[in-house]
Each structure stands twice: as C-alpha cells, then as structure tokens.
Ligand binder design. Structure first.
Ligand code: PLP
Length: 402
C-alpha cells in the first residue's frame, strides 16, 4: 500500500524548496558545484553573524535548556515592545508580542488561527509564497492582488479593492518586498490601511527586511502608520542579523486588541501547542536589537548594496531583460521579455539553466506571478561572482529555445 500525503496539502506549493531543488541536490551529490541563487540564506555567502549575537548565544547556553513561556521569554518581548514603541507603535507591551521559530512558523500560526474553510486572504502577486501556502493549508483561499512593475512594484490599490469580498478576512503586506525589492510608500500603506478599516480586515505585515533598505529609502512600519487597524507585524533576525539557522522571529499585535481577544486566545493556544520557540535564540533578541553591524553592509558601497547594484545593472545589460531597481531586501526580480525570449514554462527554463550552467534560481510563477516571464535571483554572492553568474544566465538565454 502506498502512503499518500493528506488532501490538506492539495494545492499547497512552495517552489523555493520545490522540485528543482531535488535536481540541484542530485547534481551536488554527483560532485557538481551549484551556485545557489534560490534562497535568501546569508551564511553560505560568507556573511558573519554579529559578534555580539554569537557571544550572547554562547553566554546564555547554560540557562537556555528548558522550555520557555509559549509566547517567548519576557525580557525579549519587553525589549521588542520598547523597540516598536520607539518606532511609533501605540499601546504595545509584552502581551502584544509572540516569539517564534522564524517568521515562517508565526505566519502559519497567525493564518491558522484566523482562517476558516473558504475564507479569503489577499496576498500580493508576486508574493513570498509561504503566505499563499499557509493560507491554502489552513483551508483558506489565497486571492492575489497585483503589484505594478511599471510603478516600481507598488501594490495596485484598485486591484486590491476590487478583490475584496464578504469572505475576505485579511490583507498580507510584504514590505520591503520579496521578491521585487519594493519599499512601499506611506501613501500606498495609507491606502491599504483605509481598505482594511472600511472592510474590517486584519493586516499581516511581513517586515522581515525592514532594516535592509538601500539608497536612503525609508521603511515605514504598517502598525505605526495605522494604529487603529488590527495589524500583526512580523520581524526577525534571519536576514538583518544573518542568523537564519537559529530561527529567531516575532510578531507584534497592534491596533484594537480588545476586538481581537478571541483570535488572540486561539493564537496563544497554537503557540502553546508547540510548547515554545527555540529558547537559545530568544536570549539574543535583546542584544540583537541594538546591533548595527548591518549598517556597514547596506550603506552606499557596502557589500549588500554593491551586490544589489551590480545585479541590477548587469541584468539590465542583458538583451531582452529588464529589472526594476530593488530598494530593499536581498533579491532581484527581472522580467524576461517574451518577445525576445519566448519562454512558455518558466520552471522548465529554471531546470534547464540548472542542468547546463549549474546555477539555481527560482521561476517567477513560483512566487504566484501569473505569467512565465520573470525569475528571482538572490543578490547574496560577492559582486564579481554575481556579475559572472548573471552574464552566464544571459548567454544561456541567448541560445535557449523552448
Ligand atoms: N518572510 C519573507 C518575506 C521572507 O523572504 C522570508 C525568508 O526568506 C521569511 C518570511 C521567513 O523568514 P524566517 O527565517 O524568519 O522564517
């Protein structure tokens, strides 16, 4: 008898770790070296965790071997409450903070606690596909609103509004955005807040890249901008502090919490069902909040900024390829003009690129983008390596037929 996955997984799709990765692993096992431009994991590209964070982990090891409160240790939650209050959040205390094993775990919990079968969640297209996957897994229906490439990938408010129905429960905002690198303007965020207000929707604001912004761009926290809207802001240390493997993340509840008492009871129960997040990582959150080693990486000429610029420039030099300049995050999301390079199946394109060039990128449709005319490239390798890799992708494209 065959053991089959449950029907709950039907339609759940997470391409970043999807089938192409099996092929990449097989190639590696056969002795090939693969350039992994498919996942935003800073460590393999030589990004060190901040010394203060590592020292904190070592120092706290002896006291971090027990379960903690399901929502996380008080000192870290208190530090986060102060951090967000300093950034304009109103009425945020320890009770408003939940720690988790990364944003990934908390996103799943937050959606599970809210969504009934058939409820709709508005999610950007393109998206970070976790949000679509956890919505489907919860029995909900992801409804994708468009982000507009011709407007630097800002969300299209008219499209968002047109997609609100009486089944809509929440709007997901990803800012700074993965995969596009857009940093949303206060006007766009105010527009989203107005829709949430008018239709009594909860907002899930995934701000894991909040500190990774370039060219003087300012990131605006949704919860600070719209203190009257029930908002869950998600953040963590995976990217800004380069410790993705330690799994340190959090969510902050802001807005009219009294109206969400029942929902928050559910969320607290889900937190309790996994007992607690990784205790050791919780102990370094407080120190991490005052660590500024990232500044050196994102300043003009800093490593992350330079890599972003090189990727963007090199992509735009390829015939038939154009890329909006990413203002934040760790990715570029170039368009491959179908008139120049007719690609019907972008997953096959990505697989063929992997087999021939040993470069692993992710197809745009993996981010719930409706057409096979984009790919996402991680901008974590050193600028020189990134330039060489992108030029190889360009040469591959020139000779590619589907
Ligand atoms: N949200 C976005 C937009 C991401 O890009 C990622 C990781 O790439 C995550 C959440 C997951 O982060 P974590 O490591 O905190 O689970």
């Amino acid at each position: 008898m065959e053991f089959r996955q449950s029907s709950k997984l039907t339609g759940v799709c997470y391409e970043i770790r999807g089938p192409v990765i099996e092929q990449a692993n097989a190639l590696e096992a056969a002795g090939h070296s693969i350039l992994r431009l498919n996942i935003g994991n800073p460590a393999p590209f030589g990004f060190a965790a901040p010394d203060a964070v590592l020292a904190g982990l070592v120092a706290r090891l002896p006291e971090a071997h027990g379960y903690t409160d399901a929502r996380g240790i008080l000192s870290a939650r208190h530090a986060l409450a102060t951090y967000y209050s300093d950034r304009g959040y109103i009425d945020v205390d320890e009770q408003a903070i939940y720690l988790g094993n990364g944003v990934s775990e908390l996103a799943g919990m937050a959606i599970q606690a809210l969504v009934d079968t058939g409820d709709e969640v508005l999610i950007p297209s393109p998206d970070y596909p976790l949000w679509t996957a956890v919505t489907r897994f919860a029995g909900g229906t992801p409804v994708h609103y468009l982000c507009d490439e011709s407007a630097e990938w800002q969300p299209d408010l008219a499209d968002l509004e047109a997609k609100i129905t009486d089944r809509t429960k929440a709007i997901v905002v990803i800012n700074p955005n993965n995969p596009t690198g857009a940093v949303y303007s206060p006007e766009i965020l105010a527009g989203i807040a107005e829709l949430a207000r008018r239709h009594s929707l909860m907002v899930f604001s995934d701000e894991i890249y909040d500190r990774i912004v370039y060219d003087g761009a300012t990131h605006h926290h949704f919860g600070a901008l719209a203190p009257d809207v029930l908002c869950l802001t998600f953040g963590g240390l995976s990217k800004s502090h380069r410790i993705a493997g330690f799994r340190a993340g959090w969510l902050v509840v802001s807005g009219p919490r009294a109206k969400a008492r029942n929902y928050l009871e559910g969320l607290t129960m889900l937190a309790g069902m996994r007992l607690c997040p990784n205790a050791l990582a919780q102990h370094v959150i407080e120190a991490a909040l005052t660590d500024h080693t990232l500044d050196e990486l994102i300043r003009p000429g800093g490593r992350l900024e330079a890599q972003r610029t090189t990727a963007w420039q090199t992509l735009n030099e390829l015939p038939g390829v154009s890329c909006v300049k990413p203002k934040g995050g760790l990715y570029a999301f170039p368009r491959i003009d179908p008139a120049v390079h007719p690609i019907r199946d972008d997953e096959k394109f990505v697989l063929d690129l992997l087999l021939r060039e040993k470069i692993h990128i992710v197809q745009g449709t993996g981010f719930n983008w409706p057409r096979p005319d984009h790919v996402r490239i991680v901008t974590l390798p050193e600028a020189g390596d990134l330039e060489v890799a992108i030029r190889r992708i360009g040469r591959f494209l020139d000779s590619y037929q589907q």
